[in-house]
Write a protein of this length. Structure first.
Length: 117
């Protein structure tokens, strides 16, 4: 199983980025997907999640209204659209796949997002 994130980078505050996570080696449509982030010196936190069918999403309060999670089960990918970025959004963003029933889970290696003021 592989989860490969891409799309991170350096952006100015107020800008936008779209992160992608491409999955392979698993039945993607059987997995709930989520994005997490970890800033230096802080614990990893859940940013957004989407269920295996794409019918239900959840967001951390800190990103509600600014971030949107989506998935394409044909392309076996999950996306995180990030708008109105703030310096406090700076972190390594990782995607997670968790089987909707067995709860087996996998992690990607992460992609760095840096928001400058």
């Amino acid at each position: 199983v592989q989860l490969v994130e891409s799309g991170g980078g350096l952006v100015q505050a107020g800008g936008s980025l779209r992160l992608s996570c491409a999955a392979s080696g698993l039945t993607f449509s059987s997995y709930d997907m989520s994005w997490h982030r970890q800033a230096p010196g802080k614990e990893r936190e859940l940013v957004a999640s989407i269920d295996n069918r794409g019918g239900s999403t959840n967001y951390a309060d800190s990103v509600k209204g600014r971030f949107t999670v989506s998935r394409d089960n044909v392309k076996k990918s999950v996306y995180l659209h990030m708008n109105s970025l703030k310096t406090e959004d700076t972190a390594v963003y990782s995607c997670n796949a968790k089987h909707f029933f067995r709860r087996t889970e996998y992690w990607g290696q992460g992609t760095q997002v840096t928001v400058s003021s």
